[in-house]
Design a protein around this ligand. Structure first.
Ligand code: URA
Ligand code: SF4
Length: 251
């Protein structure tokens, strides 16, 4: 599988787990070859299975609204899923299905080599950050195995509960800034020395592979903050033309 199109061809013919039995269409994923941003969902639902395209139902509409809120459209990003065929009745994918299907997502990530991976919900988040609850890890950038991972809650959760939607919107709003920082980090010739320095210092320690980029940026921002200048002092003896008593000095 040397191209994303070839991955899609193999997926469309795949029978490597039992999910192939009930599918109408496999949903390999879609987006331009050069996409900087990769979204990873869980698996196709009813509408996705019918159309063979990811995130085209209600959760997809919310994803498109969220993209619009950061000035992007879905044709600028790559959208993939953990499993490429719809689990019956929208049940959760089971470990052997995720394991059978992971070779396709692995290859998509390698071929795309995205600047930023946004994991939507607990299944795709667990692929990179196992054993942690999504509510704990969401909204913080991590570098894991050389990839930048930004977990957020699944849009379907945002459709069910307003407070989840607010959290998703809050996290989504951080994406453009993160991409700016990551672009600077990948371009050493940048003119912004301060951010470049902070970004360059973001090397996860061996004992802490999932350190947050903000954990690195925030302290250096504090250190670099210049102390507030002292207010100018006025030499009382040099004040010319003091106003007469009862009048206010204007200048
Ligand atoms: N939910 C997902 O996780 N993926 C889709 O493609 C659609 C809905
Ligand atoms: Fe193959 Fe993945 Fe579909 Fe299972 S879910 S049949 S592994 S493409």
């Amino acid at each position: 599988m040397d191209t994303l199109a070839e991955v899609a061809r193999v997926v469309n013919a795949c029978t490597d787990c039992q999910l192939h039995v009930g599918r109408t269409n496999a949903v390999p994923g879609e987006g331009p070859d050069g996409a900087e941003l990769l979204f990873i969902g869980e698996g196709p639902g009813f509408h996705e299975d019918r159309q063979g395209r990811p995130f085209v139902g209600p959760a997809g509409n919310l994803l498109e609204d969220l993209l619009q809120s950061i000035g992007m459209t879905r044709d600028q990003v790559y959208i993939a899923n953990m499993v490429k065929c719809r689990p019956p009745d929208n049940r959760d994918p089971v470990p052997n299905e995720i394991a059978a299907c992971s070779k396709y997502l692995d290859r998509q990530i390698e071929l795309l080599d995205p600047l930023l991976i946004v994991t939507l919900g607990r299944f795709s988040t667990a692929r990179f950050i196992p054993g942690q609850s999504i509510s704990k890890v969401r909204g913080r950038l991590r570098r894991i195995d050389g990839r930048h991972i930004f977990p957020i809650m699944h849009p379907a959760a945002g459709l069910r509960r307003q407070e989840m939607r607010a959290a998703i919107e809050e996290d989504f709003a951080k994406i453009p800034g993160l991409m700016d920082v990551l672009r600077i980090q990948s371009e050493p010739a940048s003119e912004n020395a301060q951010i470049r320095e902070a970004a360059a210092s973001f090397q996860p320690a061996p004992s802490d592979q999932t350190r947050s980029l903000w954990d690195v940026l925030a302290p250096s921002e504090q250190e670099d903050a210049a102390p507030l200048p002292e207010p100018p002092t006025i030499d009382e003896t040099e004040r010319p033309n003091d106003p007469p008593p009862g009048q206010q000095r204007l200048f």
